[in-house]
Design a protein around this ligand. Structure first.
Ligand code: NAP
Length: 448
């Protein structure tokens, strides 16, 4: 039998691990897959993006764990492409490489005041409450009573929900202790969630939206005039399941909140952010009223309004970053590809290199979307590359050892995993409490 195909997968989020799973299944045993991550932990956005109170989505980690436990799959944590190894190293060590590094930076608004203290990328806030080690020392001033969240996608809904919940409601989740402490000091009472287009163009999904109305102690309001639909939007509200569901839920929130619940969420449409103002920090968000033009594009009306907010969270989408030496479309923020096969600037297939997940298709879809996406990439990879076509010239273990890299193995990760479970038990805080600081994480990996 020929030696098995050796494949490197860079990124151990859902896209990378679904790709590893597809490789094992589709290659029918004749494959070895090494999965790399720059973090000591696997699972990518399942661990560091899915909101802590969305436990059923988080439980996808248990499925992905089985992929890592397959004897044909190995995990190499704390190994970063571009810092610890290059693309050429990978091409020397493997028959093929799949890049699944996701989309971890925030998109910019490009408006004045965006960099004022108190204007925060949702990605930073999400990383912080999810216990990402790069955000462990971030601090957020939650002393303002009113805050704005820009964007009406599912990340915005997550951020709004976390801001609107009490710290007590988050106690039985995995948020790190220092995050829970900071949230317990929060004085936020009113969250404005702002869409630059109308309710029919909102990106959030109905299930996620509905949860806002179920939060105890929180009133949700949408202005009736914001819910007026132009003919195209009205048609979408008839025929498109997502729009129909969203519009129905929000139509139920148009009465002025009669009760005096302690916290309030205002969903505002037709408001585009134009400037963030303040002396030394955010004090006000200026928005322009918008409408759709005859081509369905959003346009300003010249009518402005200011919201007296002390914090602005910009939740306007993620974007991927270019990987050294790998083609990148600087406008679409993806690696140019056809079915996961990487294409050069001249449109030719780059041999032996593939992409999966958000770096392949952009930051869209739910976790499960990555399964079929990764399966497509793997089908194409296996159609192109066969075991024995060429033999890798170097061994990855030797390369990493020669560089003195303190690799985190799957067993090391299991020690960190167990430490988080034990911490939760000692604090009487549910299934897991995350360790968020690099030193604590690495120490838990090394010491049982
Ligand atoms: P998203 O769904 O693309 O939403 C981005 C939002 O930002 C849109 O409302 C967009 O409005 C708005 N926006 C973009 N540029 C803007 C600007 N310059 N000014 C004002 N608003 C602007 O992205 P996301 O919320 O980051 O979510 C990423 C992906 O993860 C999505 O597929 C999402 O469903 C998924 N996700 C799922 C869950 C879940 O299932 N529970 C949770 C979190 C994330 P326009 O439409 O007008 O551009």
């Amino acid at each position: 039998m020929t030696a098995p195909l050796l494949v490197a997968v860079v990124g151990s989020g859902p896209a990378g691990l679904y790709a590893a799973e597809a490789l094992v299944k589709q290659a029918e045993g004749n494959v070895r897959v090494d999965v790399f991550d720059r973090l000591p932990t696997p699972y990518g956005l399942v661990r560091y993006g899915v909101a802590p109170d969305h436990k059923s989505i988080k439980s996808i980690a248990r499925y992905l764990q089985k992929v890592l436990e397959d004897p044909a799959v190995r995990f190499f944590g704390c190994v970063e492409l571009g810092r610890d190894m290059t693309r050429d190293d990978l091409l020397d060590c493997y028959d093929a490489v799949i890049y699944s590094t996701g989309a971890m930076v925030d998109r910019h608004l490009g408006i004045p005041g965006e960099d004022l203290p108190g204007s925060i990328a949702a990605t930073d806030f999400v990383n912080w409450y999810c216990g990402h080690p790069d955000a462990a020392d971030h601090t957020f001033d939650l002393s303002a009573e009113e805050v704005a969240v820009i964007g009406v996608g599912n990340v915005a809904v997550d951020v709004v929900r976390v801001l609107a919940k009490t710290s007590e409601e988050l106690r039985q989740t995995d948020v790190p202790e220092h995050v829970l402490d900071a949230l317990s000091q929060s004085r936020v009472k009113r969250v404005h969630m702002l869409g630059r287009r109308g309710p029919a163009q909102a990106k959030f999904t109905t299930k996620e939206l509905r949860e806002l109305g179920e939060l105890p102690g929180v009133a949700v309001h949408v202005r009736p005039e914001d819910m007026e639909l132009d003919p195209a939007s009205a048609e979408a509200a008839e025929n498109d399941r997502l729009v129909r569901g969203n519009v129905k839920v929000m139509n139920g929130w148009t009465q002025p909140p009669a009760d005096d619940r302690p916290r309030r969420i205002d969903i505002r449409f037709w408001r585009a952010p134009v400037e963030i103002r303040g002396e030394g920090r955010v004090e006000e968000l200026r928005v322009e009223r918008t409408r759709l033009d005859e081509n369905g594009r959003v346009t300003g009306t010249g009518e402005f309004e200011s919201l007296p907010v002390g914090l602005v969270l910009r939740s306007v989408g993620y974007q991927s970053v270019a990987l050294a030496g790998i083609p990148f479309d600087e406008r679409a923020y993806v690696v140019p590809n056809e079915g996961g096969r990487i294409l050069s600037a001249s449109g030719e297939q780059v041999p032996r290199e593939y992409v999966a997940g958000w770096i392949k298709r952009g930051p869209t879809g739910v976790v499960g979307t990555n399964k079929s996406d990764a399966a497509e990439t793997v089908r194409n990879l296996l159609a192109d590359v066969s075991p024995g076509d060429r033999r890798p010239t170097r061994k990855i273990e030797e390369l990493l050892e020669s560089r003195g890299l303190p690799v985190v193995t799957y067993d090391d990760w299991l020690r960190l995993d167990a430490a988080e479970v034990a911490l939760a038990a000692s604090l009487d805080r549910g299934e897991r409490v995350k360790l968020a600081r690099w030193e604590a994480m690495i120490s838990a990996c090394r010491h049982p």
